[in-house]
Ligand binder design. Structure first.
Ligand SMILES: [Zn+2]
Ligand SMILES: [Zn+2]
Length: 127
């Protein structure tokens, strides 16, 4: 269940960042999931939610999950941009060039899961 490991990694990153910035509360986290990250966003969101609820710093945090398109460079026609993804097979999605429909493409972006940003409250922010 790789979603669990991913959720844990994200959770740790959020906590570390929050603590490093003297947060008393994390109000929001924006997470980007590449279309080729090959995990179930709903499962990830659920697991991350459970982890966040169990921690004082993150228990009220809002999770915003964004999907990131797959960027490719086509070795056949030279196209660079958003590729077509056929992900009917969860474990082996196919990527096609939208211009020439070649499979000879290099993936530049869209494989990763990243914590794009977090919003925090600090002690000083309280009026
Ligand atoms: Zn999966
Ligand atoms: Zn092409």
């Amino acid at each position: 269940m790789h979603e669990f490991a991913m959720a844990q990694g994200i959770f740790n990153t959020v906590l570390e960042t929050a603590r490093a910035n003297d947060a008393i509360e994390v109000t929001e986290m924006v997470i980007e999931i590449g279309k080729l990250a090959m995990l179930n966003p709903e499962q990830l969101k659920f697991m991350l939610g459970v982890m966040c609820e169990g921690e004082e710093l993150t228990k009220n945090a809002e999770m915003i999950i964004k999907t990131v398109d797959v960027e490719i460079k086509c070795h056949n026609c030279g196209f660079e941009g958003i590729g077509n993804v056929d992900d009917s097979d969860h474990y082996a999605p196919m990527i096609l060039c939208p211009e020439c429909e070649s499979h000879r493409v290099q993936v530049i972006n869209g494989k990763d899961i990243t914590v794009r940003s977090i919003s925090i409250e600090k002690e000083d922010d309280e009026n």
